[in-house]
Structures are given as structure tokens and as C-alpha cells.
Unconditional design. Structure first.
Length: 318
């Protein structure tokens, strides 16, 4: 089945909304400070509704679900791949749907959003691709994690070919993403202004580690990013891109992948799915529901997902 055929056939997969509850604790404290609640949406892959209206419908459903929460989140993070091709009409559709949210919104680009015109349209609509802010005693850093070495010029790729190659699951190019030297220098300067006891949450489209390189889930700057995070007591990474719940723990850095609103990928060979997130055959269908993350500055973080057609699943950093 070609990509267009896939878009027309991809009906029946439900939307997924991640609800993240961040509660920083100080060592010796008897109770947490007021929690920060974050709703995380990612990977909508919007295209023209004449091709596939389901993906837009799922994103609208996610927005409606967030607006209907009895206790609204402090803000929403959209974790990238708002569009399939990064075209102006797709970006406008996404901006229109997300514009119905009743709480503040923080945006991250994905590779499908970026490589049509190398981020120009994205930044015109949504502002800088990397930025930082503080909320509820937590330092949040939004990263543009979909930069890569030039894989398109020598191949003479068109903008659409560039997008689909960057976002390809197994196309022989297997683009490895990075932050790049300029963004790493910016991140170093940003983190230098914060105490090691301050909890840090990195918001990223891709995982900030090699997840499964044969499918293009590779990240070149894992070592320099880890070096910058070493001084901090508590670090959490929230990402999309993998289209499936996943957890990864390397030292004090706890990483959580959130499910997509568009569709679920199967788990890669050799990757152990979180308990309850697979049917034993590496498939990941039906991963839809809400997630709650509690961060303890002197402990670990757990994510509880309420998967609507599977019941409760708790994700633990390994």
C-alpha cells in the first residue's frame, strides 16, 4: 500500500492524549509543592482533509478532551509532526484546530514539519524552534531535535522528497537527528543559569537517545546532551516521534515517549514494550487514553496511562 492509500485506510485508530502531572519535591519535604499539569499531544500528521479527514478529526477530539477536563492543565505541549508534508495548508489546519485550546500552548517541530522549507514556515507561524521557560518550580527546555546533516543536496531531492525521506521508517537513508553545535551551545548557556537541584524537563520531538537506528530512530548528540545534564539531580525527557508509549532510563535521566494522535507504529524488533502496551506480537494498536506523570526531585518518575480499550498501564523508567 502506498502512502496515500495508507492515509485513506488508517481509520479506526483512536486518539491519544498524554496528561502529565509534575510535582517537584525538595529533599526532606513532607509534601509536594503545587503540581504542574501538562497535556501532551504529538504526531497528528495532518494532510488535506480531502485525502484523510480522520487525522484532523482525532486532533479535534484530543483538543475537545483537554478542554473538557474538570481540572485543566497548566499548558499543552504539541510534540511535533503536526503535518505530513509541512505545507502551508497543513500548518494552517493544525494551527486552526489547536487554536481552540483554552489553555496556553507550547509547540515543537517534527521532521515532517521542518524539511519542506527547512523550518521557515514553522517559525513564521509558531516562533523559535528552541526556547526555555520556567513554571511551577520546574525548568522546561523545548528543543529542535530534528536537525540533520545534509542528506538531500547530493541526491537532488525535491522539498517533498526531503520531508518523506527525513520521516521515512525504513528507506535506506536512515537519517540520524541531532541538535547541532549551535543549539548545544545555546542549551549549555541556558542550563548554566540553573541550580543542580532544580528539576529540568526537556521537551523534544525525537527521543534524545538512539531508540532504533534501522528505522531512523537515531540521535547523534546523546553524549553531549548527557554531559550537559549530568550536574542536575532530576531530569525528565518527554518526546513523541515513535508513535508508541516507551520508557528509557539512563542514570538520572528518565525518558518517556508518548503515543501519537494519528496512528501507532509496531514496536521495533528487540525493543521491549512497556507492560500492557503490546499484545505480545510487537503491535501497538489501541494505545489511546490519558497519562499522568509525577516527578519527585529526590526520586523517580512514573507515568500512568489510562488506555481506553486496555485499561490502566503504568510506565516505569528502567
Amino acid at each position: 500500500m502506498d502512502r496515500r492509500g495508507f492515509f485513506k485506510a488508517a481509520a479506526g485508530m483512536m486518539v491519544a492524549t498524554g496528561l502529565v502531572d509534575l510535582r517537584p519535591r525538595r529533599a526532606g519535604a513532607t509534601a509536594p509543592v503545587k503540581s504542574t499539569r501538562v497535556a501532551y499531544l504529538t504526531d497528528a500528521h495532518l494532510c488535506a482533509e480531502s485525502i484523510n479527514s480522520n487525522f484532523a478529526a482525532r486532533l479535534r477530539r484530543a483538543v475537545a478532551d483537554i478542554n473538557a477536563l474538570e481540572t485543566p492543565p497548566d499548558f499543552v505541549v504539541f510534540g511535533g509532526d503536526l503535518t505530513q508534508h509541512g505545507r502551508a495548508d497543513e500548518l494552517d489546519l493544525g494551527a486552526s484546530i489547536l487554536g481552540d485550546l483554552r489553555v496556553p500552548l507550547h509547540m515543537l517541530p517534527g521532521e515532517h514539519d521542518w524539511y519542506g522549507d527547512l523550518g521557515a514556515s514553522w517559525q513564521t507561524r509558531f516562533g523559535p524552534a528552541s526556547y526555555a521557560f520556567d513554571h511551577g518550580g520546574i525548568h522546561f527546555v523545548a528543543l529542535n531535535s530534528v536537525l540533520a546533516a545534509d542528506f538531500w543536496s547530493a541526491r537532488g531531492m525535491t522539498p517533498t522528497e526531503r520531508v518523506l525521506t527525513a520521516g521515512g521508517l525504513d528507506n535506506g537513508v536512515n537519517v540520524a537527528f541531532r541538535l547541532g553545535d549551535e543549539q548545544l551551545a545555546w542549551l549549555r548557556e541556558d542550563l548554566a543559569g540553573h541550580a543542580s537541584t532544580e528539576p529540568v524537563v526537556l521537551l523534544s520531538h525525537t527521543a534524545l537517545h538512539d531508540y532504533y537506528a534501522p528505522w531512523g530512530f537515531a540521535f547523534e548528540d546523546e553524549a553531549p546532551v548527557d554531559e550537559l545534564l549530568t550536574p542536575f539531580d532530576s531530569v525528565v525527557v518527554l518526546h513523541g516521534h515513535t508513535h508508541q508509549p516507551c520508557v528509557h532510563n539512563r542514570g538520572h535521566v528518565q525518558s518517556y515517549g508518548m503515543p501519537a494522535t494519528a496512528w501507532s507504529w509496531p514496536y521495533p524488533p528487540g525493543i521491549q514494550p512497556p507492560d500492557g502496551a503490546s499484545d505480545g506480537t510487537q503491535r501497538s494498536r489501541g494505545l489511546c487514553g490519558n497519562g499522568v506523570l509525577t516527578i519527585d526531585i529526590v526520586g523517580c518518575a512514573d507515568v500512568a496511562l489510562n488506555l481506553w480499550d486496555r485499561g490502566a498501564v503504568r510506565l516505569r523508567a528502567r
